[in-house]
Ligand binder design. Sequence first.
Ligand code: CDP
Length: 230
Amino acid sequence: MNPSNKIPVLTIDGPAGSGKGTVGQIVAACLGWHYLDSGALYRVLAVAMQQVGCRPTDGARLAGLVESLDIRFETRTDGEPAHVRLAGVDVTAAVRSEACGRLASEIAAQPAVRAALLLKQRAFRRPPGLVADGRDMGTTVFPDAVVKIFLTASPEIRAERRYKQLKQKGFDDNLEKLTGEIRERDRRDAERAASPLTPAADADTLDTSRMTIAEVVESILARLRSRSAY
Ligand code: CDP
C-alpha cells in the first residue's frame, strides 16, 4: 500500500461561487493541514497556454505544458484566494478573472489535461493532512478521503458572491452577464465526460445559501470530528 494513503484528506467539491476556496483555506488552517486549490492549477494552465499561444482544444500539447509548470501557492485565511506564482511571477490577478475561469473550464474538459494534472494534485498529500477543493476531489483524485463535502448554493446567490469578489478585486463585471457565464461554466463542468462535477456517492451535501462562512466551517469540522480522531 502507498504510505501516502495513510495521510488524511478532506475534500470540498462544488460549483463556482459555492464558497469552496474561502471555506477550504480556513478549515485547513484550523486543522494545521495543507491546502490544495485544484481549480487554480487549471487556471494557471490557462494562463500558461495563452503565454505559449496553444489552443484550448490541443489536449496533447496542454498535457506537455503541465510537466513544465513551475507553480507556487501562498495560502490565505482572510477570505482571499491563495496567491499564485507562475515561474516566479505573481499571476494571482490574472488567474482570478472570470475569463480565465472560462478558459480553465474549457481545458478541464480535455481528458489528457486531467490525466496530466492527477499526479501533481496527489503530490499535495503530505503529513499531517490535506484539505483539497475542486470539482472531482472526492470522486477521482482522492476517492479514499476521510470526509467528502459537496457545497452548493442557489445560482443567484453564487453569482452575487462572485460579483462581490470580482468587484473587490477591481474587475468591472456586470451581474447579469456574470450569472450567465457561471451557468454556462457549471453546465460545461457538469456535462463533460471526464470527471464531471457531481457529488461522490459518499459525500455530504451542504447548501450554503443561508449559511455564514463560520457556520459552514463549523459544520465541516463537526463532520470530521464525528468520523475520526482529528
Ligand atoms: O473558483 P471557482 O469555483 O469559480 O473555479 P475554480 O475552482 O478555480 O475552477 C475553475 C475551473 O477549473 C472550473 O470551472 C472547472 O472547469 C475546472 N476545475 C476542474 O475541472 N476540476 C477541478 N478539480 C477544479 C477545477
